[in-house]
Structure formats: structure tokens, C-alpha cells
Design a protein around this ligand. Structure first.
Ligand code: GUN
Length: 299
């Protein structure tokens, strides 16, 4: 049986519509607009694309958006000074520093410098800690939160299910583990995390009711690695050569999509699955930061 395709684009549009409505209400009642500052250091083409799409989406939702382009040679102290300025700016509720940063800059120090109340990426240890203990008034990291939202809005309840995550990054794998295992509505899964040092990953994924692939290897998860009826969420974005494509390349996920879709009960495509959700949740975090800054309950 072919899997149900989880349409991340449609679900992200639904989340974004709700965010825009809440932002319009906030503006009507309080005269404030959520504001996001997106900082890019250098000119990495992929990062430029991501930053531009965040900037554009913020505008579409009625947010103030501040795009800050800094040269690759920007010093650590200059970047820290810029962050301190954004921390003080009352019009800026969310700050995102696009990674990767140039090698001479310590990403760790930059993350620590962002006011946790404006850390809409949820990368600051204070917010990571709050997420881990399930504090509802904090932020949630955008990509794993997007995955949780896809499951919820597709009617897939992880409670009591075995979720197997492939990948242990700080951005996806580790927070995904914390969110799925949380004692909470829409979570309550039993979680296994596999990674580059896990022998025989297939022996784990074959036991999974839900698989989240976030390992950064094109077509890693093959049909023989899943059990029939599993739910497969593909977080991977890998560019591979494709002679038939005009650009000579195409985007694929971490899942061998065509074959796995024949065996799974539900699957996210790449593109159009998890990707659009990441930006939608970033915008939701920015709205939440603005609401909190104005003494209002968070959406
Ligand atoms: N680079 C790739 N993904 C992300 C993200 O979610 N946030 C930031 N700040 N940088 C990224």
C-alpha cells in the first residue's frame, strides 16, 4: 500500500495563516508588530537563500524584519556588539544568527550572547534546558517542533509508539529526542536515538513505528530498513548530481523516497515536507517572543 504523503507545505501554510491572524490581532490591540532580526555573516549561497526566505516570510506575515548582512571578515567582537544592540532594540523580539558562521567566530559564544528571551532558534542553553524539562513558557527548536506539528496535524499520535531518530545533532536529533519523549499531549513516545557510531542501524529502525531521519546522507533509509506501516519523517536536505535537471543537481532527503513510500503508512517528501515547517515555527516563536515581551499569554 502506498503511504499517505504528509504535505508540509500545506500544513506550514495553515500554521502561517494562524500566525498572521494572531499578529494582526496583536497589532490591532496593542499597536505592536513582532520583529525578527536575521543576521548573516559572509556570503554562503545556501545561507543566503535561507536568510532571504526567512526575511520574505516575516514580511508576508506582517512582521517587522531586519536583515543584517555582514562581511565574512567580521570579527567576533563586532558580531557580539551587533547582537548586544539587537538585544536592546525593543522592536526586535527574535534574533537569528544564521549558521554556519565563518571559522574564526565561536558559534558557542555568539549563541550565549543572544538574550534568551529573543532566542527564537532555541539554541541558548537556558532555552534548551527549559525545552528538556518541558517548561511551556519557553521556545521550542524550529525543525523538531515542525516535525511534532506535522505529526499532530496529520493525526499521528506518538503516545506509546516506538520512535527511532537517526542523527544526534544539537539542532535536530537531540531536541527531537527530548520532545518525543516528553510527558505531554502529542508526545509520550518511547525513543531510540541512532547515530554514526550505532552498529546495525537497520536492526533499530525495523522496530520503529515512527522514524525521523536526520543524518544528512542522501537516500540513507532504504525500504528494507523499515517495518510495513511505519511513519517516516525525512529531515534531510542533500543536493545530489542529476544530469536530467537544468541545474545539474537536485534535492533529496535522507530517505530512499520512492521505495520507502511503498511500504510506509505516511511519509514526508523532500522538498515540501519538514522544510517549510522550520520557517513556520521560527515565525511562531517570534510571535511568542513578542507576546511575552508585551505581557500576553504565548500562542
Ligand atoms: N542553519 C541551518 N539551519 C539553521 C537554523 O535553523 N537556524 C540557524 N540559525 N541557522 C541554521
Amino acid at each position: 500500500m502506498a503511504a499517505k504523503i504528509i504535505d508540509g507545505k500545506a500544513i506550514a501554510e495553515q500554521v502561517n495563516r494562524e500566525t498572521a491572524e494572531l499578529a494582526a490581532k496583536l497589532f490591532a490591540e496593542r499597536g505592536v508588530k513582532p520583529g525578527i532580526a536575521v543576521v548573516l555573516v559572509g556570503s554562503d549561497p545556501a545561507s543566503q537563500v535561507y536568510v532571504n526566505s526567512k526575511d520574505r516570510k516575516a514580511g508576508e506575515l506582517g512582521f517587522n524584519s531586519l536583515k543584517i548582512d555582514l562581511p565574512a571578515a567580521t570579527s567576533q567582537i563586532t558580531l557580539l556588539t551587533e547582537i548586544a544592540r539587537l538585544n536592546r532594540d525593543p522592536q526586535v523580539h527574535g534574533i537569528l544568527v544564521q549558521s554556519p558562521l565563518p571559522k574564526h567566530i565561536s558559534e558557542k559564544e555568539i549563541i550565549l550572547a543572544i538574550d534568551p528571551a529573543k532566542d527564537v532558534d532555541c539554541f541558548h542553553p537556558y532555552n534548551v534546558g527549559k525545552m528538556l524539562i518541558g517548561e511551556p513558557d519557553g521556545f521550542l527548536p524550529c525543525t523538531p517542533w515542525g516535525v511534532m506539528m506535522l505529526l499532530e496535524r496529520s493525526g499521528i499520535n506518538p503516545a506509546g509508539k516506538h520512535a527511532v531518530i537517526i542523527g544526534r545533532s544539537n539542532i535536530v536529533g537531540k531536541p527531537m529526542m527530548a520532545m518525543l519523549v516528553q510527558k505531554a499531549k502529542g508526545a509520550d513516545a518511547t525513543v531510540t536515538v541512532c547515530h554514526s557510531r550505532t552498529p546495525d542501524i537497520a536492526s533499530f529502525t525495523r522496530q520503529a513505528d515512527i522514524i525521523v531521519a536526520a543524518i544528512g546522507k542522501a537516500n540513507f533509509l532504504t525500504a528494507d530498513m523499515i517495518k510495513p506501516g511505519a511513519v517516516v519523517i525525512d529531515v534531510g536536505i542533500n543536493r545530489i548530481p542529476d544530469a536530467a535537471a537544468k541545474s545539474g543537481t537536485r534535492l533529496v532527503g535522507d530517505v530512499d523516497y520512492a521505495a520507502v513510500a511503498e511500504k510506509a503508512s505516511a511519509i514526508t517528501p523532500v522538498p515540501g515536507g519538514v522544510g517549510p515547517m522550520t520557517i513556520a515555527m521560527l515565525m511562531r516563536n517570534t510571535l511568542r517572543a513578542c507576546q511575552k515581551a508585551n505581557g500576553l499569554p504565548m500562542a
